[in-house]
Design a protein around this ligand. Structure first.
Ligand code: GSH
Length: 406
């Protein structure tokens, strides 16, 4: 029996994956991104009603300011629609509409608001339940001040200088680090003002203002500066704050995984790593659901994935006499193996590999498989293509299969 017949069909894979995860996305044929998440509260809207909020955000879901708004929308369970803006080629109607021409912007009950902080405050005003600012007037005033401070206290400037600026010498690097650490000390202090792990006594807009930036820094700094925020004994409260965020389902819907954040820094900002890549994010108790979500994404969006691999990975160079169909078939086969492994893996023997004493690897298929898996492993991007948890499961499975090809 040919090995090709030992792996399930796409239809079978999709059916099993969908049984194991409730996660679904909307397909957007011919558009970028090719799929979009469904807001968790959209089902609350009566049929044929327009959601009260329209969010304009970046096509790649990299923008930390857009993440703030999305985070609040999910926390408040506000049904919303998304319009994606290609930042490398902004449509004229968008630059005409939004004075800053930046994302995010939003139409909130028909009214245009831009600047993430202002969008958050308007959402708070129009959709006060659940509140993301404290009810106690004194604490409310502190929280509002901290929301303002998050924009003006120089934290982001100092942090991104340390991360991205090429220092002329070690002294300059040490200065950049010290200035950044002093800013983190300020956050550490602020986190101690009220009981509980958040900036004020309950989760609030202040946490939302900082989380996309601290997340990116915590992922990037170890790899690009050899500096750790997580598990750094100087910042116990910041670490407890990360733990508390980790308990929030909305956070898991909107966050990126560390690998996305790290690949982005290299590709978008051209920064060179000084250290090894971070290990993949630690698997959680929901790993099986995340594996199913990753398999569902891959199976449901396979045509786009295959098209992208053929066009952009370089694999077509392996076509013999220009016959791309054999390459396409081998790409398809390895993606099915990946989906199958995501569903049935977990300790089961890998679906191929050398049988003792037998040289059973087809070199053409192995080469196409290696390119396919290496490409998709780094190509997927969370939360653009799937949730961060699913992306982590996806990369882990691709690594496992890649290591078993030869
Ligand atoms: N202060 C703005 C910053 C927004 C911002 O910088 N957005 C970036 C994406 S992360 C953008 O739109 N860049 C496109 C451009 O610079 O043309 C906010 O908080 O909303």
């Amino acid at each position: 029996m040919s090995i090709q017949n030992t792996v399930s069909s796409w239809e079978q894979l999709l059916e099993i994956a969908q049984k194991n995860t409730p996660a679904r996305r909307v397909r957007r044929p011919g558009q970028s991104p090719s799929t979009a998440p469904i807001p968790s509260s959209l089902h609350k809207l009566p049929p044929n009603t327009t959601p009260p909020v329209l969010l304009y955000r970046d096509t790649n879901s990299w923008c930390p300011f857009c993440e703030r708004v999305w985070f609040a929308l999910e926390e408040k369970e506000i049904p919303f629609e998304t319009e994606f803006i290609d930042l490398s080629n902004k449509p004229k109607w968008y630059t005409d509409l939004v004075p800053t021409t930046l994302v995010p912007a939003a139409k909130i009950e028909g009214k245009l608001v831009y600047e993430s902080k202002d969008i958050l405050l308007t959402l708070e005003e129009r959709f006060s339940n659940p509140p993301l600012l404290p009810e106690d007037p004194e604490e409310n005033a502190v929280a509002r001040q901290w929301v303002e401070d998050a924009e003006t206290n120089g934290f982001r400037d100092v942090a991104y200088k340390f991360l991205r600026q090429t220092p002329v010498n070690n002294d300059e690097l040490a200065n950049l680090q010290a200035t950044f650490e002093a800013k983190l000390d300020e956050l550490e202090q602020a986190l101690g003002k009220y009981p509980g792990p958040y900036f004020v006594s309950s989760f609030s807009l202040v946490d939302i203002m900082y989380s996309p930036h601290l997340d990116r820094l915590a992922a990037n700094l170890p790899v690009y500066r050899g500096y750790h925020i997580k598990r750094n004994p100087r910042f116990p409260r910041i670490n407890a704050w990360f733990e508390a965020l980790n308990q929030r389902p909305a956070y898991h819907r909107v966050k990126s995984d560390d690998t996305t954040n790290n690949l982005l820094l290299r590709r978008r900002w051209g920064v060179s790593p000084v250290g090894n890549p971070l290990p993949l994010d630690v698997a959680t108790s929901q790993e099986i659901q995340y594996q199913a979500e990753a398999a569902e994404r891959l199976s449901d969006n396979r045509e786009v994935a295959i098209g992208d691999i053929l066009k952009n990975s370089g694999v077509q160079a392996l076509a013999v006499n220009g016959d791309v169909s054999a390459v396409r078939e081998a790409v398809d086969f390895h993606l099915r193996l990946l989906a199958d492994y995501l569903i049935n893996g977990n300790g089961a023997p890998l679906p191929w590999g050398r049988v003792a004493g037998k040289d059973n690897v087809d070199p053409f298929s192995a080469a196409v498989g290696a390119i396919t898996l290496a490409y998709v492993r780094n190509r997927i991007c969370a939360p653009r293509d799937m949730s961060a948890g699913a992306a982590t499961a996806f990369r882990a499975a691709a690594d496992k299969l890649l290591a078993s090809i030869y």
